[in-house]
Write a protein that binds this ligand. Structure first.
Ligand SMILES: [Zn+2]
Length: 316
């Protein structure tokens, strides 16, 4: 049984990406034109859904290739992989400056952003994983229009997993930004912070990007020290989670605090506190007397806090 149950955006149940075939343009073309191929068409990176009554989780709205071709001609189709039946799955994005954007937006409505969809859930869990893959990959396309070396236009190759410059030949690949997210504990208490951008009464585990020259353990110790002044000793990797908002990889860790006195970096946090297990349990259950609460179930922070409350963290 896994230590953490990350219920939605995990990658192990997603598509077979067939990465070894991406450079075979004839294969990609054949898969695109094969019967059963389905396409997720995003409009300005939002995802079309079939609305459902009674607030039931919606279904993602898939199009066939003829339906996509009737809708518009978005330029860059990305080959996401094959599903469990062997059918191919593609995605594309119609940007807001596309001449057909208004018509596509209207035809695909309702459209939702990925974060809302992740919070709400979808009728088929695998579809959320595919939507996350599509959103991360196509978001990269949307923001990598020009060559960083010569400024020329880039175009997609390798089934949408690479963009290359016709002018100078430089290629670029989708980026993933590693971030550490860590539950720091000392005895029966865990350290949570309230970032300036957070909603009122919302507390979460500390987090920060891995910087050049960091290893994961150093990034954890450095971020905690910078934000709260706490010295961290032992650090253990716990689990990871793709977090396509827009393209991070959350590396979940546990760390043991060696000190208790907080020196809060007010440019990052408006508050940081030690919470004991009983108080954390009430924050998870939305029954805290001051109305304090923690991130929702889809997040690594939630899973780390729950593991501590349940006694699964620390491991020893
Ligand atoms: Zn170039």
């Amino acid at each position: 049984m896994p230590l953490l149950h990350l219920p939605t955006i995990t990658s192990e149940k997603s598509l077979n990406r067939r990465a070894e075939m991406r450079r075979d343009a004839a294969f990609i073309d054949a898969r695109f034109n094969a019967p059963g191929t389905r396409v997720l068409v995003l409009a300005d990176l939002r995802i079309p859904i079939h609305p459902t009554p009674d607030r039931a989780p919606p279904a993602i709205r898939w199009l066939s290739v003829p339906e996509v071709q009737a809708l518009a001609a978005p330029a860059d189709f990305a080959f996401l992989g094959e599903d469990g039946t062997g059918a191919s799955v593609f995605a594309c994005n119609v940007p807001p400056y596309h001449r057909d954007f208004a018509a596509v937006d209207k035809a695909l409505s309702p459209l939702v952003d990925l974060r809302s969809l992740a919070l709400q859930g979808v009728s088929h869990e695998t579809d959320l994983l595919i939507a996350a893959e599509a959103r991360a990959l196509l978001g990269w396309h949307a923001h990598q229009r020009c060559c960083s070396r010569c400024g020329g236009p880039l175009h997609a190759i390798e089934g949408g997993w690479c963009r290359t410059c016709a002018g100078c030949g430089q290629s670029t690949w989708p980026r993933t930004d590693p971030a550490v997210i860590m539950l720091i504990t000392r005895g029966d208490r865990a350290l949570l912070g309230h970032e300036l951008r957070f909603p009122d009464k919302f507390y979460s585990t500390l987090a920060g990007y891995v910087e050049p020259g960091d290893d994961v353990e150093h990034a954890v110790r450095r971020e905690v020290k910078e934000e709260t002044g706490i010295e961290v000793g032992a650090v253990e990797y716990v689990a990871s989670q793709p977090w396509p908002f827009p393209h991070s990889l959350m590396i979940g860790c546990w760390g043991e605090a060696l000190t208790e006195a907080l020196t809060i970096d007010r440019t990052e946090l408006s508050d940081a506190r030690w919470f004991d297990r009983a108080e954390l349990a009430s924050m998870l259950a939305l029954s805290h007397p001051e109305g304090l609460f923690v991130p929702p179930r889809i997040s690594m922070a939630h899973s780390l806090i729950r593991a501590f409350v349940d006694g699964a963290l620390p491991r020893s």
